[in-house]
Design a protein around this ligand. Sequence first.
Ligand code: F3S
Length: 68
Amino acid sequence: MAKYKVIVDEETCIGCGACTAVCDNFELIEKNGTFKAKSKKSDVSDIGCNKEAADVCPVSAIKVEEKK
Ligand code: F3S
């Protein structure tokens, strides 16, 4: 069962790609000429590297929320 929700705030993301370097749950998608990160799976049962991705993002665009 999914225990965590991984959210990327596209407005905040500057497309630096740090999250994709530390966690394979993230990919960069081109949008109107700029790159935005997207989580491949937004509902995960294991927090895994998603927390690390949130920590390395320079603009704190990634949130990992525990589901109640
Ligand atoms: Fe964007 Fe942060 Fe990843 S700026 S590309 S969400 S490390």
